[in-house]
Design a protein around this ligand. Structure first.
Ligand code: FAD
Length: 480
């Protein structure tokens, strides 16, 4: 049998439209399909709890998809820059194929592997596959990365359309005796004792089949209401593709082209399409930014924010995490997150704003919590989202725009549907009062069975005073 090549699956857990896999298949060499669970290289940014649940199921789905094609997924655990050279030595592989990574540690990891494999005359061949546009391809006239979204996205739209999705030109041919590996269960990714994710398979279908189904559902339904509906947390008006895109179960260009084809010839859908593609654009922008400015996982993009006086307390942080702030929309969002591994985008903005501006707690504490609890936790999108809300990010919201969680609640959940779903203790309150139980008359609360301080908390801070404190804190660093 000829020399095998290794296909190293990373955040590209699919077999369709995968340039690196297509290139590996084109060699006609027998493939060894490998996934390495590497918690060491990313250090504190290793995959969080909810995402590990997703990864467990996504790897099982990929293994089944490869099995249908006559292949086998080899699973190993440890530092990728140790495991891959070991597997090369063990299997006599002549090359390693993979998709590029864009997280802060990826370029260093790829360089080390390139060097170490090169010493054995084994090539590391890296291909695009996770983004619409490569970070080097979209730059200002001066050759700098964009730091503002609108010109960035215009430059993307002026660039050539992302290539249409492609299947392998040659059939995948797998190594007949794949090397030993661990089972998915042995990776111990899914929670046990307690299984806090019990029931999540009713909510989510990790894997490429689930990704395609989510895309089909979106095209048939929510896309038609996307531009307006996406702001209302109770409407199912968004695609829910984020975990699928994060793990690469579907490529952004598959999504781009599917949406474009679906809307072709329907001028009434053009606005919905453009809004949706622009959100995919935010994903691009976040990934390009993190690639060019990797220090922003820890440091504010705007240096003055390094001096920001973060004054919040640990007990306030605990109340926020548990959805016990006394602000219903914030609490509903935090409970949705805990119970489902997801939170609606508008509510992410409001809960993040509440943590950083009302409670003056460092955005990194919130980012870390989201990273552990979101099934779509994505370093680039998460850091960019948090820094945007906190005011310290590239192209961030102006600091003085501090969300009023009660007004946001009245505006985007007027009938209280989202609140009632996640806060059953408030469900019997009338629409008028559910957004602000602390302001409801005693008789109304009694009638609805709400006892403030007992079954629902008093507000942790008072909005107007918190807003003043946030502006005062900002005044300390402004102009710095
Ligand atoms: P849709 O509205 O259907 O959007 C389609 C896709 O576009 C999404 O799947 C996502 O890949 C991308 N997208 C949409 N909005 C954004 C955005 N604002 N920034 C970057 N990409 C976007 N998204 C993550 O994928 N992972 C995160 O860890 C994450 N953390 C966030 C933290 C904060 C504080 C904020 C404000 C936003 C965060 N987002 C994150 C962005 C956004 O909330 C989610 O991508 C979106 O809610 C996912 O739902 P959807 O797939 O239905 O989105």
């Amino acid at each position: 049998m000829s020399e095998p090549v290794i296909y190293w699956f990373r955040r590209d857990l699919r077999v369709d439209d995968l340039p690196a896999l297509n290139a590996a298949a084109a060699t006609k060499a027998p493939l060894i399909a490998l996934y390495v669970l590497d918690d060491e290289t990313p250090g504190e940014f290793a995959t969080g709890g909810a995402s590990r649940w997703w990864l467990h199921h996504s790897l099982a789905a990929l293994a089944a998809d490869l099995g249908d094609l006559g292949g086998h997924l080899v699973l190993r655990r440890g530092r990728a820059d140790r495991i891959i050279p070991e597997l090369v030595a063990e299997s006599g592989a002549g090359a390693v194929y993979c998709s590029r990574g864009y997280d802060p540690w990826d370029p260093g990891l790829e360089q080390t592997l390139h060097r170490d494999l090169g010493e054995r005359d084994v090539a590391l061949r890296r291909y695009p596959g996770s983004l619409l546009f490569e970070p080097e391809a979209i730059q200002t006239k001066a050759g700098e990365p964009y730091k503002v979204f609108t010109p960035f996205w215009k430059a993307c739209l002026r660039a050539q359309d992302p290539p249409a999705p492609r299947q392998p030109g040659s059939a995948l041919r797998f190594h007949e005796t794949p090397p030993e590996g661990l089972s998915v269960d042995e990776l111990a990714l899914a929670p046990r004792n307690p299984d806090w994710a019990a029931g999540w398979t009713d909510l989510w279908q990790p894997g490429a089949t689930g990704a395609r189904a989510a895309l089909r559902r979106f095209l048939r339904g929510a896309l038609g209401d996307y531009a307006e509906g996406r702001d209302y947390p109770h409407r199912a008006s968004t695609s829910r593709l984020s975990p699928h895109l994060h793990f690469g179960e579907i490529s952004p260009r598959q999504v781009w082209h599917a949406v474009g084809n679906h809307c072709a010839g329907h001028s009434d859908l053009a606005g919905q399409r453009d809004k949706f593609l622009a959100e995919l654009g935010w994903r691009e922008f976040s990934h390009h930014l993190l690639y060019h400015f990797p220090a922003t996982v820890e440091e504010p993009f705007k240096p003055a924010f390094a001096r920001f006086p973060w004054l919040g307390t640990e007990s306030q942080l605990r109340a926020w995490r548990r959805g016990l702030t006394g602000y219903p929309l914030v609490d509903a969002g935090m409970r949705e997150l805990w119970q489902t591994g997801y939170m609606h985008n508008r509510v992410r903005m409001i809960t993040a704003s509440f943590l950083t501006k009302h409670l003056l707690i460092h955005w990194r504490r919130g980012e870390a919590w989201f990273r552990d609890t979101l099934v779509d936790a994505d370093l680039a999108n998460n850091v960019c989202g948090w820094q945007w809300v906190a005011g310290s990010g590239a192209d961030a919201a102006p600091y003085f725009r501090i969300f009023n969680p009660t007004l946001q609640s009245r505006k985007f959940d007027p009938a209280g549907d989202y609140l009632r779903r996640w806060l059953p203790e408030l469900a019997a309150l009338p629409d008028k009062h559910i957004h602000e139980p602390a302001a409801a008359p005693e008789a109304v609360l009694r009638e609805a069975g709400v006892i403030l301080g007992e079954n629902y908390p008093h507000p942790l801070v008072e909005h107007a005073a918190a807003r003043e404190s946030a502006l005062a804190a900002y005044a300390e660093i402004k102009g710095g």
